[in-house]
Ligand binder design. Structure first.
Ligand SMILES: *Cc1c(COP(=O)(O)O)cnc(C)c1O
Length: 313
């Protein structure tokens, strides 16, 4: 049965077995269950042609966060971190990937759509690991025109942004659609106090007076793995001073450089905010240096941080 026309993997991992992608079906009655409390991760693996190797980037950190999210939503979950890691490697081998890949493990409670609250602690879950080809190369001069969203970012006592949960994406989705209908590429969300949080699906950094600043992890953001890597790379490798602190909206208008950082986008520069140019609207020197160092480290072209790379082959 042909279900999906975009490029898909031959194999998907479901509840302990690697099965054909097109056989991974659910009943319509369970629609919504993957999303009401569903937890997920987004992980990338990078192909290095010279090493003839595929490197999963910070697999352990992603799986630590996966298990932390699962704990906070009180799911029953019977796999260890090591088992999910091995399952991920087995799946990438089964699909014989020799190119950049995106990996999406996700877990959701089994049940029917009638049980909308899903408020049964420890209830049985399904674990799926999907993957698909995802080339990370893009136009190095690409930069986004963004707006400050009129939608407020969810907060820790509402829908905790620290939990990587499908439901949180409704907040980002509203903001992203609103930005697009207003002619922007993407939004930045503020918290209830008007401080900068992040974009839908990617954390944010600004450069002001030569200092790289990003919202701290208690500022209604997801604790991004890319964000953590960028802070380390900026400080240790590039010797750029870094701060984790609250960021005002108007600092977005004065920043020399701004970029998003996340697994999917990696380092994505911002050209303008609310139609005010960021610097001279072109990708700035620190953003470029971080893009380069990040790209080389994830792929193992730069040998630093070997603990961040899990070889698949
Ligand atoms: C996944 C995600 C990010 C990026 O986190 P990474 O660990 O770098 O991939 C940022 N914000 C939100 C809301 C996310 O869901």
């Amino acid at each position: 049965m042909e279900i999906y026309r975009e490029e898909v993997a031959a194999w998907i991992w479901r509840n302990g077995k690697i099965i054909p992608w097109n056989d991974a079906l659910v009943h319509v009655n369970s629609v919504g269950h993957a999303s009401v409390a569903g937890i997920f991760e987004g992980i990338k693996a990078y192909w290095n042609q010279e090493d003839n190797q595929l490197y999963l980037f910070r697999l352990e950190d992603h799986l630590d966060r996966f298990l932390a999210s699962i704990k906070m939503v009180r799911f029953g979950f019977r796999y260890s971190k090591e088992e999910v890691a091995q399952a991920t490697i087995n799946l990438l081998r089964a699909n014989e990937y020799r190119r950049d890949v995106y990996v999406r493990p996700y877990v959701f409670q089994k049940g029917m759509i009638r049980e909308l609250l899903q408020a049964t602690p420890g209830k049985e879950t399904e674990l799926i690991i999907d993957s698909w080809p995802f080339d990370s190369y893009r136009d190095p001069n690409q930069a986004l025109h963004v707006c400050v969203s009129s939608w407020t970012r969810i907060s820790d006592n509402v829908l905790p942004p620290r939990i990587k949960c499908f439901s949180n994406y409704h907040n980002g989705r509203l903001a992203a659609m609103d930005a697009k209908v207003s002619g922007y590429d993407w939004p930045i969300l503020l918290d209830g106090q008007g401080k900068v949080t992040e974009g839908p699906g990617a954390c944010l950094a600004i450069v002001r007076k030569g200092v790289l600043a990003t919202t701290s992890t208690t500022g209604s953001i997801l604790e991004g793995v890319t964000r953590a890597a960028v802070l380390e790379i900026a400080a240790e490798v590039l010797h750029i001073p870094c701060e984790e602190r609250p960021i005002d909206r108007t600092e977005l208008y004065l920043a020399e450089e701004i970029f998003f950082m996340g697994t999917g986008w990696e380092i994505m520069p911002v050209a303008s905010v609310d139609r005010l140019p960021v610097g001279d609207s072109r990708v700035g020197p620190m953003t470029r240096a971080i893009q380069k160092a990040f790209g080389d480290i994830v792929r193992g072209k730069d040998p630093r941080h070997p603990e961040w790379r899990t070889p698949v082959w």
